[in-house]
Design a binder for this molecule. Structure first.
Ligand code: 18C
Length: 256
């Protein structure tokens, strides 16, 4: 118990000072807290429809249109072994690894490195025939979740991505800009706990992941193509990304 408490204390983090002083902070704080609550709500029957399932992974959607454009909210839950919540969110947030696992992106640029826990990204996405190519511009914020989680959970982390604007990447006639709100919440569990007096190894780690996304395509796209892309790409993304993190972490010391 004492060892677990110490590991948890080491990983305590609060928003960095440069971030708190940034013009985006009030929005980042509000959206991240709201997304966390939304992610933890669960998937009520009759509201969410299961559309993909593989092993521990479950993906749900709600069919919704805004001004005739498909914007189906997605919620996915997954459980993987051998990695921590911090590791999952670290690889999701950090630009160095983005192109290793993100296969919807042709080009990624860091527009502004606000702080160690917040970056503004511009991405040009792969074109889906016959639609116009899309780009996205969003802030991305990583933080540990406070207060500490319930009994049974060791720690929780969140990455929240939200569309924004930036003078260095105005909308162009070239791409249609998508509008996105995405969050990834990860929770570490120590199961099974190590025998008394022994250290935690990767065999004692389990990580629960909740991924939520709402993407407005930003302009016309055929609904049937869009829903087909959605159904194919989200499971592909979550499987590929989680396997990537497992592979990256297996020979490294545990990052709590
Ligand atoms: O969360 C994810 N990635 C993060 C880091 O990149 C970040 C970005 C999210 C971008 C979501 C918007 C993507 C638009 C993509 C255009 C289509 C690409 C298809 C490529 C096919 C090879 O949060 C993981 C994101 C996983 C994305 C799954 C696909 C989502 C499809 C949404 C469709 C909206 C655009 C429609 C384009 C026209 C299609 C007819």
């Amino acid at each position: 118990k004492e060892r677990l408490m110490k590991a948890r204390q080491r990983s305590e983090s609060t928003p960095s000072t440069p971030l708190i002083q940034h013009r985006l902070w009030p929005e980042i704080k509000q959206v991240s807290e709201e997304q966390l609550r939304y992610a933890l709500l669960g998937v009520e029957e009759g509201v969410w429809t299961l559309f993909a399932q593989e092993g521990e992974m479950r993906m749900y959607k709600r069919e919704e249109e805004v001004d005739g454009m498909v914007c189906d909210p997605l919620k996915a839950v997954h459980t993987i072994r051998g990695v921590t919540a911090h590791e999952i969110t670290h690889y999701f947030f950090h630009p160095d690894y983005r192109m290793d696992w993100e296969f919807t992106v042709d080009n990624m640029t860091v527009l502004e490195r606000v702080s160690e826990d917040c970056i503004v990204f511009h991405q040009i996405h792969k074109r889906v025939w016959p639609a116009t190519q899309r780009d996205s511009l969003y802030w991305s914020h990583i933080r540990q979740v406070h207060p500490p989680p319930d009994e049974g959970l060791h720690d929780s982390w969140i990455v929240c991505n939200q569309s924004t604007e930036h003078p260095e990447a105005p909308t162009s006639g070239k791409w249609l800009r998508v509008n996105l709100t995405v969050c990834m919440v990860a929770q570490t569990q120590i199961v099974p706990p190590p025998p008394e007096g022994e250290l935690i190894t990767r065999d004692n780690l389990q990580c629960k992941i909740i991924y939520c996304s709402v993407v407005n395509p930003g302009g016309w796209a055929p609904a049937s193509v869009l829903r087909a892309v959605y159904k194919r790409e989200y499971p592909r993304f979550l499987k590929r990304f989680t396997q990537y993190v497992i592979d990256q972490c297996q020979d490294k010391p545990i990052l709590f």
